[in-house]
Design a protein around this ligand. Structure first.
Ligand code: C2E
Ligand code: SIN
Ligand code: SIN
Ligand code: FE
Ligand code: FE
Length: 386
């Protein structure tokens, strides 16, 4: 066994000595205790389990009460993998709150070979351990696959180790799930706030999600870090929150606005800023700047302040281009969607006038990825849903 960067690498494929077992436990428990990120936690726990029982693979499956499925994270950045709650050994373990010790999966009728069929992997020995929360409710299961020692099968000792780890994991998982739950709720509230701003009752409000995704993409492509890109993604959907103050007779007018109506419409930037500016939360602070400045123009002819060039906050410059792209490619109560060539022409023409020239280049160079976002979050009109 060797050790590097705090991770262990069992090169001999032998059972851990008790000394190494303690090393693994201490190294992982420390990291697990300080991780509040659910993805990270699942990966750490799976890794720890894999080392402790010397298995080739180890997965931690969680029950999703809403969908009635089991899910896991295979790797960071890759989406959830899901299976039916009653599927295979894991499903059996969860349903009966009982561990399973299998020597050869293919000789057992409970085995669900569909994942093997998709991946070409050959499952043989399997160990499944239920994970309970503090109230004794089963919230998931550990699944270790293929013992790497020469014997090739899991033992009762492995069951004992994993049961211990599972009982510890349950608590950490529950609090991480709670944090995750709160974060998801926050994100939903952000989109709902944005949709209220847009007040486009005839659409599903995917406009704000698209603006969020385009903005994040542009932020990454111009070299902002992941954290800042994520902050822009959270703040940009609120750019039009100030439209809550605009009467429907103007907001939903079918045709062109009169000058007077447009001057009322323009107040939405200031209104949004005033709604959000007093918050000390980082996301809301960013949103207040975006609300205020998303109709400023690079050449200084925008509103409400007439800021110019880099006086306009980069978050607002990004949101501005994302917002206009989406306004043009979508239908509005006052306009039909434009075709892509016309949109590209407009951005080329407005480069350095309405928009930051660097951001125009970035948008046009990444137009395929932008269109993928557009199609992923397509609008479904309420009529189609009913
Ligand atoms: P919005 O619909 O979200 O549009 C955001 C921005 O996209 C607009 O900011 C403008 O920069 C750009 N945009 C949208 N449609 C067009 C277009 O047909 N041609 C060009 N060149 N740019 C377009 P803007 O102009 O400051 O407008 C702010 C908001 O005012 C719009 O938000 C919309 O809610 C409202 N609005 C603007 N013009 C009209 C109109 O003629 N009729 C109605 N009913 N509302 C309008
Ligand atoms: C099973 O436990 O049989 C299905 C899940 C898997 O093979 O990973
Ligand atoms: C604002 O005036 O909207 C905020 C100032 C800024 O950071 O750009
Ligand atoms: Fe706006
Ligand atoms: Fe908008």
């Amino acid at each position: 066994m060797n050790e590097s960067n705090g991770t262990f690498n069992n090169i001999n494929n032998s059972e851990l000595t008790s000394e190494n077992m303690i090393k693994v436990i201490f190294s992982y428990m420390g990291r697990i205790a300080y991780t509040r990120d659910l993805d990270e936690l699942l990966l750490l726990m799976a890794d720890m389990g894999r080392l402790m029982v010397v298995s080739d693979r180890c997965t931690l499956w969680l029950v999703d009460d809403e969908s009635g499925q089991l899910w896991t994270r295979v790797a960071h950045g890759i989406g959830r993998q899901t299976i039916a709650i009653d599927s295979g050994f894991v499903g059996h373990t969860i349903k009966h709150n009982q561990h399973l010790l299998i020597e050869d999966a293919y000789k057992d009728s409970r085995f669900n070979p569909s994942i093997d069929e998709q991946t070409g992997y050959r499952t043989k020995a399997v160990l499944c351990i239920p994970i309970e929360n503090a109230e004794g409710k089963v919230i998931g299961a550990y699944q270790a696959i293929n013992k790497k020692t020469p014997e090739g099968k899991f033992s009762l000792k492995d069951v004992a180790y994993m049961t211990l780890v599972a009982s510890y994991s349950g608590k950490a998982l529950e609090s991480a799930q709670l944090v995750y739950e709160i974060e998801q709720t926050q994100k939903e509230i952000i989109y709902v706030m944005g949709e209220i701003g847009e007040s486009r009752s005839q659409e599903t409000g995917n406009h704000v999600k698209r603006v969020a995704e385009y903005s994040k993409l542009l932020a990454i492509k111009i070299g902002l870090g992941d954290n800042e890109a994520e902050l822009i993604k959270m703040a940009s959907p609120m750019h039009d929150i100030g439209k809550v103050g605009i009467p429907d007779s103007i907001l939903k007018k079918q045709g062109k606005l009169t000058n007077e109506e447009f001057s009322i419409m323009k107040t939405h930037a200031e209104v949004g800023y005033n709604l959000l500016k007093s918050s000390r939360r980082r996301i809301i602070q960013a949103a207040s700047i975006v609300s205020h400045q998303h109709h400023e123009r690079w050449d200084g002819n925008g509103y409400p302040q007439g800021l110019k060039g880099e006086q306009i906050h980069i978050y607002a410059r990004i949101t501005a281009i994302a917002d206009v792209f989406d306004a043009l490619i979508s239908s509005r109560c006052y306009k039909l969607p434009w075709d892509l060539n016309r949109i590209i022409e407009l951005f080329q023409m407005e480069k350095g006038k309405q928009f930051d020239p660097l951001l125009v280049d970035t948008l046009l160079q990444n137009i395929e990825e932008i269109l993928i976002i557009k199609n992923t979050y397509a609008d479904i009109s309420k009529k189609d849903e009913d």
